[in-house]
Design a protein around this ligand. Sequence first.
Ligand code: ADP
Ligand code: ASP
Ligand code: MG
Length: 851
Amino acid sequence: MQVLKFGGSSVGTIAAISKVIAIVKARVQTKPSIVVVSAMSGVTDQLILLGQTAAQGNEAYQTMIQSLAQKHEDAVLALLPSAQQASALSMVKALIQEIESHCATIFNEGIFSLRMQDCLMSYGEILSSKIIAAAFEAEGVDQVWLDSRAMIKTNSTYSSAVVDRALTNQTIQVYFANPNNQHALYMAPGFIASDAEGHTTTLGRGGSDYSGAIYAASINASILEIWTDVSGMMTADPRMVNNAKEIPKISYHEAMELSHFGAKIIYPPTILPVMHARIPLWIKNTFEPAHPGTLIENESPKDNNVIRGISSIKDICLLSLEGAGMVAIPGFTKRLFDALAKKQISIIIITQSSSEHSISVGVSVQDTHLAKIAVDAEFEEEINLQLLEPLIIEKELSIIAIVGEQMRNHPGVSGKMFSVLGNNGINIRAIAQGSSEKNITAVIEAQDVQKAIHLLHEAFFETAYKQVHVYIAGVGNVGGKLIDQIKKQADYLQNHLGLQIKIVGIANSKKQLINLEGINLSHSKDSSNNSHSKDSSNSIPWADQLAAASSNTIHAGTIQDFVKAIVNHNLRNSIFVDITANASVADTYAQLLSHSVSLVACNKIACSSDYAHYANLKALARKHHAAFLFETNVGASLPVISTLNDLIRSGDQVNKIEAVLSGTLNFVFNHYEGGKNGKSFAQVVKQAQEEGYTEPDPRLDLGGTDVMRKILILAREAGHPLEMEAIENESFLPAPCFNGSVADFYLELEKQEPHFKQLYNAAAAAGCKLKFIAKFESNANGKMNAKATAKVGLQHIQPSSDFYHLYGKDNLVLFYTQRYPEQPLVIKGAGAGADVTASGVFADIIRAARA
Ligand code: ADP
Ligand code: ASP
Ligand code: MG
């Protein structure tokens, strides 16, 4: 004998039932079969709603019965030849009349008891199994309808009745031993049973799987097959994880743990009966019958998978009993568990601190209220004596579990699990590991569950690549170039570094574009679209999507809205990239870092603000395991900060830094020849701005503020708590230049041409060039002290100086350190420009992604 169970989706439509009929017809040729079916999908929920509606005195229940009748009549008409339709339709009609009469009672009494609920729910399975039985009858299959209510006997706990296995075994065995009951096919409704008084009971939602297992174990079937809508058990719920993988083989224990911790594919009690009888259990796909599916058997396969799967349960609450007096209360744990058991509250996980000052249990959220009353009543005396606190309840939690029998032979599994979660800012409220080491479970906040499942799946099953979610604020010149670079490099990063970079959010000062599937990285319509998104509306290039404002994925909003969205998305491996020069964007860093969002900043404002603020951001990044990188704050993509970091981390100390840090100023003084080449100082500055080498307000460059910020950041990264006010700045710009708008500034520059000519001529007369130099000195031979100084200003540079031959928009940084005391460590190259700045930001993104 063999047992095949078909779930709700396998009998949910006429097309699906036709597939079931084809599968079963082929199978009954080989062996007699018991076929257990669920109600058509959605019907059980509809029956509950029906009862509730009637109980509320709402006559709408009658229309609901009509649609239920229609659904089943349609199935009869589609599945049966016309000659057999009449008797099947009258069978359906009779059952619907029974439903009507139950509902009329509920309507009149205004009561929908659990016993009545079981009675009403049972019609779902009775209807589906009888219709399918009639279809087989019409096909000429030797079949009989088996009333599971007569076969499976339970106690009277309506809605989740406990099966009396001994009595059930006996009843089923007696039935099958009778020579008059020999058929090719036995069609049985799943889910339903009856109690000693003959009232209908049900085995818990999803319980048809269990019915299949009970039949299989009672008759010692050769096999139990659970046919559903996916090709077997998977490494995670495929609705949550796109990359979930099929599991070809799994042990009974592993499958049991996965289902206990929420894998809906199989109802948890199903496994035990077949495990005891050593009956192989297959999960198969009705819609892809040739697929082998999953075999659940005794042994866990010896393969490379340390863990077999990941599952989760939503809507958990944690109940904790605490109190210094707990150690002294005899039988304390037993009393707690008994109090919960008496109220039929099932405990999903238990954790107890070894000091025995607290014990926590995870239960389903709907049991919370009852649990609180029961436990506080049980321990009333101890609570009054202040030996215990009243039961503490924490809500909005979820459980995640990793499962695998092999983990007991592999150290470090829990370490990996918790570091992956911790590094992404997921707070763990409780941990439990069965002593048999088949699972590790953690209680986390409900809002983190999706992220946690993805992270764990990636860490344990997807060695291929790590997915990184990038949000960009500021998509001007540099941002546009950055997006182009990421697009171009996407395949390389995936193939060589195992990184899949998805840009999921883009914002400028007015609008925001968010697409969690990944924004189309094409810049304009004519460029090729190699977006990694499946969303068809996403074929529009990002710039056009951002410019439009009608679709619901596009919001106008402030930076705060953007950041709120990032925090709400709560995506794993998130990186926020700030390519603005905006203070309000910089103000969001602390919030982002606190949510473990890594930060890549081109914007210098945060790192050059108060020292305390800068130090706090660094501390937040450390605390929340987020990267905080800002290489492009100094020298665009030149490796200035990373080199300095490497020196300091490896124990070097900085004595002095001398540098040309403004590509803009270098460009300006390299192109200004006191008017000799026909260009006024104002014209040269304008050219620098047009070529993209200046801040939006060029006075930030020319006035020295930008260079001050840069040397300040270097000093801080070298370990000195310097403030901006401590930096000397001898400005070469006459005071009136600082008044008014950028346009006013250019007019003033023209007026001041003689001043700039004079600066140039004085240097030229001494055989020198003009360079704007930043200098930092520790004044303590590299050691930390408060006497460190920094200054910036225009200097005459002799031909013998390293700075003399510095062309175009280049930067030059000289690090004099304890290891490089005489001959400095030199970094030189282009220090401004959209392309190089974008590449510096990109390099930081990759660093953050790999951290
Ligand atoms: P049926 O109606 O056939 O009983 P269910 O809806 O009860 O089917 O169970 C099948 C569903 O279980 C799948 O469609 C899938 O969405 C879900 N599921 C959850 N976890 C897993 C998992 N680990 N592997 C496979 N499917 C899973
Ligand atoms: N029809 C029942 C339910 O929806 C039982 C099952 O499908 O297994 O829960
Ligand atoms: Mg199911």
